[in-house]
Design a protein around this ligand. Structure first.
Ligand SMILES: [Zn+2]
Length: 313
């Protein structure tokens, strides 16, 4: 008798546990699973999605986003994803398309409902006119894909992501919209400080390694006079470097901006010849450990620029 009662109680517990066990994954599943190509897009998605999303970036913030070695673990993440957000404009053309086709998830295929190209929301600069050929180097035929480095584009991308998340999870649409507005407001406030700090240096001439900064330099009115790459994606060569040194001497250009994933040998050699400062500026969230969000990214870069500009009057 006792034994029988015991077993009934056990069955009861098993039922309770089974129900509870079912309830927990069902809840967790209501979080939208987002995979982004880059950390900056992950940042926008997290800012907007809050605790109703799970976000993973394929590229790390210190990697060159043109050349990412995607780990197999990302195939699994893509397979389970509700949404894939990409930079687009062919930035990821060298590594992302095979991951998309191999992941076997129909939702995140190009053009599907769970595929979002963030470039559609942003102001895009340097859209080439005329025919683009390989001889021009690694020119992006649809315009410069490094567009997230203008706070205005940050706001626009966040709003676009909020709309998409609201479509995928209509019951949270208001939540995403509110968070997107709060994020925009925080950018507005931060921008006032960045503007005030950068204002004295409007029109300053700089050299950059790659054409990663057109949106940033336009926003803060810096004047990019040349690149260390002779053409986009083409490594520096002696003839171009000599011409660049002559230009820098002629125009008194004293600041060279380099992305963290490029070799500093040529920038340092040019700096020695010209008395310029080399500044390793971060194009992405996560480029350094302390740069954990979009605000810290601008804080970090602007701080380095101010130091370099002050040291080279
Ligand atoms: Zn590029």
């Amino acid at each position: 008798m006792t034994e029988k009662r015991f077993s009934i109680v056990s069955v009861g517990w098993v039922l309770v546990l089974a129900l509870f066990g079912l309830a927990v994954p069902a809840r967790a599943a209501s979080k939208l699973k987002i995979v982004t190509a880059t950390t900056d897009l992950a940042e926008f998605a997290s800012q907007v999605g809050g605790d109703r999303v799970e976000v993973d970036s394929i590229a790390k913030g210190y990697q060159d986003p043109h050349f990412v070695e995607a780990k197999p673990s990302f195939l699994l993440k893509l397979r389970r994803a509700d949404l894939l957000i990409v930079v687009g404009l062919q930035l990821e053309i060298g590594w992302l398309p095979p991951l998309i086709t191999q992941c076997g998830n129909p939702n995140v295929q190009v053009g599907a409902n769970g595929y979002l190209d963030a470039s559609q929301f942003a102001e895009i600069l340097e859209i080439p006119t005329g025919i683009v050929t390989r001889a021009m180097g690694d020119v992006h035929p649809f315009g410069n894909p490094h567009y997230w480095l203008d706070p205005q584009n940050g706001r626009r991308i966040a709003r676009g992501i909020a709309t998409k998340l609201g479509q995928l999870q209509p019951e949270s649409a208001g939540y995403f919209e509110e968070r997107s507005q709060a994020f925009s407001k925080r950018i507005d406030d931060a921008e006032k400080g960045w503007d005030a700090q950068m204002k004295p240096y409007r029109g300053r001439k700089v050299i950059t390694y790659h054409r990663s900064w057109p949106n940033f330099t336009k926003r803060f009115a810096l004047d990019v006079r040349g690149e260390i790459e002779p053409r986009p994606g083409i490594p520096p060569g002696p003839r171009h470097t000599v011409e660049l040194i002559q230009l820098m001497k002629r125009e008194n250009i004293k600041v060279i901006l380099v992305e963290p994933y490029f070799d500093l040998k040529t920038p340092n050699a040019i700096a020695r010849e010209t008395g310029a400062q080399v500044v390793v500026l971060l194009p992405s969230v996560g480029g350094e450990n302390e740069v954990t969000d979009y605000f810290k990214l601008f804080d970090y870069d602007i701080n380095l620029l101010l130091t370099a500009f002050k040291a080279t009057p």
